[in-house]
Design a protein around this ligand. Structure first.
Ligand code: ZN
Length: 228
């Protein structure tokens, strides 16, 4: 067990000691950076050594769920994360566990914010801020004054409509809110706090724009000046 997580694995976990230490840290990071409460219930990780075993297990217990390399499922009881040892195993576990921790603490999480946060926290802790695989593309776009359309992201209600571009764009707005202007971070925190208090949170685009009328410029400045 690491933090809120209970692990059920069909291989020896000591091979992943670094990851388990990080998993305990993931809860601490979410609490510190997002000021969300700690998970109010345990989260079960089901980890498989082989893709075939993983597929077979999901086919048996969740036949309606389409195949994906890793999954977060919350179906009545506590949240469950499923993953197998692919080359992206550790990233997958951090990504799905971020969803699990958020949903164990908050009543709802808007889809694009959920995915943006999971994309951010899926990167190993030491590389999150400066060395995410998404960073170079977003910095390059910022040089050409391209800003991802936050309202378009807010309009997505189906996970199937989140493609590679939408994941990267959601990540970019999260990075801006976590590492950009203090006002942007405050808006993310108060948005999540409103959700937690079950008060209508409005939209992040409106919140950010009302605090920063020059939002587009602030976004571009953030990524143009973000040093690697
Ligand atoms: Zn996700």
């Amino acid at each position: 067990m690491a933090g809120a997580f209970f692990c059920h694995a069909d291989f020896p976990l000591n091979e992943f000691e670094g990851l388990w230490r990080e998993m305990a840290g993931l809860q601490r990071d979410l609490t510190l950076q997002l000021r969300v409460p700690a998970a109010a219930e345990p989260i079960h990780l089901f980890l498989f050594s082989q893709k075939a075993t993983y597929q077979e297990y999901l086919r048996l217990y969740f036949p309606q769920v389409p195949f994906r390399r890793a999954l977060y499922i919350k179906d009545r009881g506590p949240g469950m994360v499923f993953a197998y040892r692919s080359v992206d195993f550790e990233t997958d576990v951090r990504h799905e566990s971020t969803h699990a921790l958020l949903h164990a603490a908050l009543p709802v999480v808007p889809l694009w914010v959920d995915e943006g946060l999971a994309e951010y926290f899926e990167t190993a802790r030491t590389r999150r801020a400066y060395d995410s695989p998404h960073l170079s593309r977003i910095r390059w776009s910022a040089r050409f004054a391209q800003v991802p359309d936050i309202e378009q992201l807010e309009g997505i209600s189906n996970l199937a409509d989140m493609g590679v571009d939408e994941y990267r764009e959601a990540w970019a707005w999260v990075h801006f809110m976590l590492h950009g202007p203090a006002e942007a971070h405050e808006e993310l925190v108060s948005f999540l706090a409103a959700i937690n208090a079950r008060t209508p949170p409005g939209t992040l685009s409106q919140r950010l724009q009302s605090k920063m009328p020059d939002l587009t410029e602030r976004f571009l400045d953030h990524f143009r000046n973000w040093k690697t």
